[in-house]
Design a protein around this ligand. Structure first.
Ligand code: ZN
Length: 354
């Protein structure tokens, strides 16, 4: 129907104001996918961590800093996964609402683990991969020094004496006995679809608070996404439980939540869950695990260099496959998360058959 100019003007004036869909920024692609499922056609969230990059250590690009600055809502896993994001979040988007997903109530969260805990010659490592912003600890013994209340940003530890430092704020690191123990919550919780489903509801509730006009749409989208994940989870459970017990190792210890949910078990990882570079003792233990035999395969991840894993498996005839906890090769969007889970199940099934 073609409207006359005056009638058209009146019609536009009378129409209810369309609520501004909140601008949402998300940390990693799996979280981006869950938020996109809930937002549906109402909008597309921004993705901060570029696909293919590791979320454990990351440097924000100006465009990503702007996405944070413009956000009405920031949805992230939490500082346990992206410690570097805490500061920019605090400074850049203090007007935005924030949803730290690991804080959602009622989740079955797991602690960091160490496959080699208690093994002979306790694991150690170089510390250069985790939240010590641009500083390195290469080539020195940790046992005889403390680290306390000094700013770590942009200084290199190599060229100065350690005696006078103290690092208590890194409580999750235990420097005793020369080893590295990463305590606290393992942040890779999105790999448990039960947790992801709980997050859908929390995301819908947060969006409804910011945009009450579309609350029903968010709730409906979350409910249908929840149903789809429930069906996927039961299908995957069927596929994986028929595998029997297969033994595999990984590059970093990222898969505990998936293993816990689907009853498959890794028996070793080159790096702990924080993806920090392993030290000589840990590499020795990993190599011992590999040469002990019984492994069906080893899994590399696109975010990390596989040369170390290649070297550790040298001469063992163990196939290396790719198990990607972040869906780096997938198109960001609502379909990414289910595809990521399906690909992980398919890869583990193919490992059992190889
Ligand atoms: Zn990780």
């Amino acid at each position: 129907m073609i409207r006359k100019p005056l009638a058209l003007a009146c019609a536009i004036a009378a129409a209810p104001a369309i609520a501004e869909t909140p601008q949402v920024a998300t940390d990693i692609a799996p979280v981006h996918s869950l938020v996109a499922m809930v937002m549906g056609d109402l909008g597309t969230p921004d993705l901060i961590v570029t696909p293919g990059a590791s979320p454990h250590t990351y440097a924000l690009r100006p465009s990503q800093a702007r996405a944070l600055q413009n956000a009405d809502l920031v949805v992230w896993v939490g500082p346990e996964l992206t410690p570097w994001l805490s500061k920019p979040l605090a400074s850049l988007s203090d007007s935005a609402s924030e949803l730290a997903l690991l804080k959602v109530d009622g989740l079955e969260l797991l602690e960091f683990r160490d496959h080699f805990e208690g093994a002979e010659g306790e694991a150690d490592h170089g510390h250069d991969a985790h939240d010590h912003e641009e500083h390195e600890h290469d080539g020195h013994d940790h046992a005889d020094h403390d680290h306390d209340d000094h700013d770590h940003a942009d200084h290199d530890h190599d060229e100065h004496d350690h005696e006078e430092h103290n690092h208590d704020e890194h409580a999750e690191h235990d420097h005793a006995q020369g080893g590295h123990h990463h305590e606290g919550t393992d942040p890779h919780a999105w790999l448990d679809p039960e947790i992801a489903r709980a997050w859908l509801a929390a995301i819908a509730a947060e969006l409804a608070e910011l945009d009450p006009d579309n609350a029903d749409t968010y709730a409906t989208n979350a409910a249908s996404a929840d149903k789809a994940l429930e069906e996927l989870e039961s299908r995957m459970t069927g596929e994986l439980e028929s595998l029997g017990s297969i033994e595999f190792v990984t590059l970093h210890d990222a898969f505990q939540y998936f293993e816990h949910r689907f009853d498959v078990h890794s028996t070793g990882a080159v790096s702990l869950g924080d993806a920090a570079d392993p030290g000589p003792a840990r590499l020795t233990q990993f190599r011992e695990r590999v040469t002990a035999g019984g492994l069906s395969c080893a899994f590399a991840e696109p975010q990390f260099d596989t040369r170390l894993l290649d070297a550790m498996l040298d001469g063992q005839g163990i196939e290396i496959k790719t198990l990607d906890p972040l869906g780096s090769a997938l198109q960001p969007g609502p379909a990414l998360y289910p595809q990521l889970l399906e690909e992980m199940a398919d890869t583990i099934v193919s490992c059992a058959k190889s």
